[in-house]
Design a protein around this ligand. Structure first.
Ligand code: SAM
Length: 262
């Protein structure tokens, strides 16, 4: 896979980095981010809420005893990466980061080069056999023991049905493993459709957003049992502090949940 980033074409990893306040984004990314903000002015707030869900889910999974994470579509490293959140509570936690974006891969690899508890793969998560068979990944993850698979903020970037891909990962996991995911939806907020159209035009043929309905997203947990509070909007998943009563959770247009296997 080509590791040379095309800096003249926006990339979902770098646009997300921009919205999170990171520094690994370029003019083309910022231009698309501005158009996305026009279509949905609070898109940055939603992306930060997505990242906050990831952190809370990781923390909850560590509290549930998980010490191995497979982070698919991990993004450009930023504050509160999975190994940082988990490592603060359980330093023996191992993490495999997987991303298709060259900037995300290069930066993750540089940052984590000296960390024996993490590995970084430049790979396409829609090829589960290649990902799971990669010797780098198998250096840190023991599939005889529970693993938490993270698919946070990435599945709406897949145009094909994610269910068979998720099932392929699931079938390799030991009982007691988990799946955590978040997925954009227009069920509760019609202007998500305008955002999707801006996104799809902006990325031309390099990336596409596919919004899915709540039942479609719930089906992605087939074989897993959703843990409390179930499939909810981003800020509603085990909030650190009371949810803002003046903020309608439906504005986040993103369902999230965590399921347990077996
Ligand atoms: N999971 C992180 C989070 O929630 O904070 C990052 C989410 S970011 C919005 C989505 C990431 O998924 C991007 O870095 C993008 O490059 C990556 N991605 C998209 N399609 C992918 C694929 N087929 N295989 C691997 N990574 C992919």
């Amino acid at each position: 896979m080509d590791l040379t980033p095309d800096l003249d074409t926006p990339s979902p990893a770098r646009v997300y980095d921009y919205f999170l306040g990171g520094s690994h984004n370029f003019a083309a990314d910022r231009a698309l981010a501005a158009r996305m903000e026009k279509a949905m002015p609070d898109i940055g707030h939603i992306m930060r809420a997505n990242r906050a869900f990831l952190r809370r889910a990781v923390r909850a999974l560590v509290d549930a005893g998980i010490r191995q994470f497979l982070d698919l579509g991990s993004g450009i490293p930023t504050a509160g990466n999975v190994h940082e959140v988990a490592g603060r509570v359980a330093p023996d936690t191992v993490v495999a980061y997987v991303d298709i974006d060259p900037v995300a891969f290069n930066h993750s690899r540089r940052l984590l080069a000296d960390d024996p508890r993490t590995v970084v793969l430049h790979a396409d998560l829609t090829q589960p056999d290649a990902v799971l068979g990669d010797p780098t990944l198998r250096d840190v993850l023991d599939f005889e023991r529970p693993v938490a698979v993270l698919l946070v903020g990435v599945l709406h970037q897949l145009t094909t049905d994610p269910a068979p891909i998720i099932a392929r990962y699931r079938d390799r996991l030991a009982p007691g493993s988990y799946l955590a995911l978040s997925h954009a939806s227009s069920d509760e907020r019609a202007d998500a459709l305008a955002l999707r159209d801006t996104y799809n035009q902006g990325y031309a043929n390099t990336a596409r957003m596919t919004l899915r309905s709540r039942p479609e997203i719930e089906r992605l947990f087939t074989g897993y049992t959703l843990v409390a509070p179930g499939l909810v909007q981003l800020p509603e998943w085990r909030p650190d502090w009371p949810v803002d009563p003046d903020e309608d959770p439906r504005r986040f247009a993103t369902y999230c949940g965590v399921g347990r296997l077996g």
